[in-house]
Design a protein. Structure first.
Length: 214
């Protein structure tokens, strides 16, 4: 048993023109594949019982740098692919209990997006912006550096269960947007999978359970 690179849940060109085909190929087939290979190498998985990725992530802050970086690289990218969908295949805005929670916390979806955009734009260097649910059941927005993930206990400013994530490493946008990270962030909302995010919220995050990654 070892961890495997998941297929994209859509075609490589499905997020055009917001995210280009070449970036998706490189990002999934080269970058994400590399994190999976290095995670397997770092874990040296030979035992019949492979630990779950969420268990590895939870304790990654006390693990080796290789495990922390590559377990994060695998989980974060897997959730990132699921955070997106081709335009027109999902509700263009949050719905249901997730929308109620967003409105309760920030007053409007637009204000939540403004806070999220700031977190994503102001992350210095490589990292991620996250929408998730903290231990008190409240929605939070945080950014993390490198491959860190709010599921890694004690590593981030807030421990929480992620619902939605945006990759702001340069490899995620540089071919198309070059140094225009704010434009990439702004246009990313066009391909956010709000139906999937609502499911992540209802079935997992609102119950304090990490969204499982196959
Ligand atoms: Mn990436």
């Amino acid at each position: 048993m070892s961890f495997k690179l998941p297929d994209l849940p859509y075609d490589y060109n499905a997020l055009e023109p917001y995210i280009d085909t070449e970036t998706m190929h490189l990002h999934h087939d080269a970058h994400h594949a590399n994190y999976v290979a290095k995670l397997n190498a770092a874990l040296g998985i030979t035992a019949p019982n492979t630990p779950s990725l969420t268990d590895i992530i939870a304790t990654a802050g006390k693990s080796t740098v290789a495990i922390r970086n590559n377990a994060g690289g695998h989980y974060n990218h897997s959730l990132f692919w699921k955070s997106m969908t081709p335009v027109g295949t999902t509700n263009p805005k949050p719905t249901g209990s997730l929308k109620e929670a967003i409105d309760g916390k920030w007053g409007s979806v637009e204000e939540m997006q403004r806070v999220f955009n700031d977190a994503a734009a102001n992350r210095f260097g490589s990292g991620w912006a996250w929408l998730g649910v903290d231990g008190g059941g409240e929605l939070q927005i945080v950014s993390t550096g490198n491959m860190d993930n709010p599921l890694m206990k004690g590593v981030c400013e807030v421990d929480m269960v992620p619902v939605l994530v945006l990759d702001v490493w340069e490899h995620a946008y540089y071919l198309k947007y070059q140094n225009r990270r704010p434009e990439y962030i702004q246009r990313w909302w066009s391909v956010v999978n709000w139906d999937q995010a609502a499911e992540h919220y209802d079935l997992y995050a609102s119950k304090g359970v990490p969204v499982p990654i196959a």
